[in-house]
Design a protein around this ligand. Structure first.
Ligand SMILES: [Zn+2]
Length: 284
């Protein structure tokens, strides 16, 4: 029987979260990964009205670059356009944020940065002020009216709240001390340097860094090898990196919430199908 779900935080900082998830199968962690990439909403620039653009970049390229700038997201105070009561293509203040970019170069060449964007909402601003947008030659100008909206990564990659989301099986490395003669070939070949030798005994350090490449097993001169790299089918090291749009714990929380809602929807439709079948059985 499978163990109960157990989640433990291995590493957490402003942009990274690494979890050890135990007691689940690969389908579960893969659903979580796909939800984080494609379903957790975040803000991105979606519409650009060009009032003036005398830079060398075409309007479309400028708009595309703006779309890829990660914006801090306020999920509590904004709605997805399709869920907003305004039902308008233009949106309202509940489902869109206005920004302005109005920069003119003086006598010298200059670079327009994401920090030059002026947002109506101080909670929705570029994650970094140092993202270059366009270079302006003397007296060139860009004046743009910009709208940002919430949406999901499945609509466009600019709405992905993460720049990386991946998992691997929890590695399990066994060294047969009876067979190992401490030749050290496995230590030198390991790309992650997770094996060490002390008093001619090879041991494992930082097992979570193992990428399961099996190079150590192939390098072992013993037949069969004295080292074995296996993995636990129900334990995963799950990690992702936020673009800065949302805090990492909020991304995880939203992903679990969406997964829960999806599963509830599935259960409801199964129950409805069962009821319909029963009614049909009674009727015939
Ligand atoms: Zn609206």
């Amino acid at each position: 029987m499978r163990n109960a779900l157990n989640v433990c935080v291995l590493q957490k900082d402003d942009s990274h979260l690494r979890l050890l998830i135990q007691g689940v199968d690969v389908a579960f962690v893969n659903s979580l990964r796909r939800i984080i990439i494609a379903e957790v909403p975040c803000m991105a620039i979606d519409e650009v009205m060009v009032i003036e653009n005398s830079s060398v970049l075409h309007d479309e390229i400028l708009a595309h670059r703006l779309g890829l700038i990660p914006l801090t997201t306020d999920l509590d105070n904004y709605k997805l356009p399709e869920e907003c009561s305004c039902k308008s293509d233009l949106g309202c203040k509940l489902c869109r944020v206005s920004l302005i970019l109005d920069v003119e170069a003086g006598d010298k060449m200059m670079i327009v940065y994401s920090g030059d964007l002026k947002s109506d909402d101080p909670n929705v601003i570029p994650v970094s002020n140092r993202i270059p947008i366009v270079k302006l030659a003397p007296r060139q100008k860009v004046k743009l009216e910009i709208y940002a909206r919430l949406s999901r990564g499945k609509d466009h990659a600019k709405w992905q709240p993460v720049s990386m989301c991946a998992y691997k099986y929890l590695p399990r490395i066994n060294i047969d001390e009876g067979k190992c003669d401490g030749c050290g070939k496995c230590i030198n070949i390991c790309p992650k340097r997770i094996l060490i030798k002390a008093n001619s005994v090879v041991s494992v350090q930082r097992v979570l860094d193992c990428t399961l490449c099996q190079d150590c097993v192939k390098a072992c001169p013993k037949k069969p090898p004295a080292i074995q790299v296996k993995w636990n089918e129900n334990s995963f090291v799950f990690s992702f990196e936020s673009t800065g749009a949302l805090p990492v714990e909020r991304i995880a929380f939203e992903a679990f919430k969406i997964l829960d809602k999806r599963l509830e929807g599935l259960l409801n439709s199964l129950a409805a199908a069962e009821r319909a079948e029963e009614v049909e059985g009674v009727g015939s």
